[in-house]
Write a protein that binds this ligand. Structure first.
Ligand code: VTB
Length: 317
């Protein structure tokens, strides 16, 4: 791709974050998601791309907008595939809790793993621990290796996991290995990225979360030269059938970031509520400020952008 689309993607996630920030703490996750999706779709429509949504809000019959297969953009080249999560962490947004983001990734056509809406086991770290993780090894082993790679003690590491009963055993093991744990209620894309940002306080993401979210995290970690491994977790035969239809035939395959997001990948995320990675939308008289990370794998540029939006010149927010 000969154009840097990253900065345009920042406008897309900013718009989504600004739209759903109005719903922070209002207890209505559906309305928050709808607002983010609407805004994202509108701004994507203005981009000069011929885009196809491959990770989206759902199948065509269950999502009115940004559904899998939907065409977005002006229709001009380049031909790209798009992965979106207009509001990652709908419940945290509705409750006004920490860690909700609006996010999008873009790759040349065919670049993303078409991950069905099911679970994925994940392990993610930043560049300083690249090559140290192994999803087939025990959590103890992974903690040990990441600490070694980073030149610190296991006690100095913070591992983020979703707070779910399915993680009880591994949480226990990680604690025994010496590392500190940060449990989150939802939203495991942002902490995977935070693991690759020095000074974020996050060293590693582990555990089982959504597969589509895994692909978004992989796109970001590829841009940051971090490391990630993911394996689909099949709960039913229906999930196996659906995956086959989406082109997945090796059910035990371990995907790394570059397998899930191939080619010249672009990524952007804007904070909706405060988190380890990004600040949330903050209002001031007549406007609001947003905090965005935007990057491109080819140039390995990672930008953090703070933007001021003035509502007088931006009707609709
Ligand atoms: C996961 C995680 C997401 O929802 O999909 C989770 O990847 C759902 O897990 O980031 P459960 O089925 O255990 O609730 C998110 O946290 C989205 O908020």
């Amino acid at each position: 791709m000969d154009r840097n689309l990253a900065l345009e993607l920042a406008r897309v996630t900013e718009a989504a974050a600004l739209a759903c920030a109005r719903w922070v703490g209002k207890g209505d996750k559906m309305a928050a998601d709808e607002a983010a999706t609407n805004a994202m779709r509108r701004t994507l429509g203005a981009m000069q791309i011929s885009g196809t949504v491959v990770i989206g809000e759902g199948e065509m019959d269950e999502a009115p907008m940004l559904y899998i297969g939907e065409k977005v953009g002006s229709g001009d080249s380049p031909e790209v595939d798009i992965a979106v999560d207009p509001l990652e962490g709908t419940s945290i947004c509705a409750k006004g809790m920490n860690g909700a983001i609006a996010t999008i990734a873009l790759a040349p056509r065919g670049g993303f793993l078409h991950a069905p809406d099911m679970y994925m086991e994940k392990i993610a770290v930043g560049p300083s621990a690249k090559g140290a993780i192994d999803i087939n090894a025990s959590p103890t082993e992974n903690v040990k290796r990441v600490a070694e790679a980073k030149g610190c003690r296991p006690e100095d590491l913070t591992v983020v996991l979703l707070d779910r009963p399915r993680h009880d055993k591994i949480v226990h093991e990680i604690r025994k290995a010496g590392a500190r744990i940060h449990l989150i209620t939802d939203g495991d894309v942002a902490p995977a990225i935070a693991a690759a940002v020095d000074g974020s306080g996050v060293d590693m993401l582990m555990g089982i979360g959504g597969a589509p979210e895994g692909v978004l995290a992989a796109a970001a970690l590829k841009c940051m030269d971090g490391d990630m491994q993911g394996r689909l977790v099949f709960m039913t035969n229906e999930e196996r059938d659906r995956s086959k239809k989406m082109g997945i035939d090796d059910f035990d395959r371990v995907y790394n970031a570059g397998d899930m997001a191939q080619g010249d990948v672009f990524f952007a995320a804007t904070g909706v509520t405060n988190g380890d990675l990004l600040k949330g939308v903050r209002y001031f008289a007549g406007g609001a400020e947003t905090h965005t990370i935007v990057m491109r794998s080819k140039s390995r540029t990672v930008r953090f952008i703070e933007s001021q939006h003035y509502f007088d010149s931006k009707p609709g927010f």
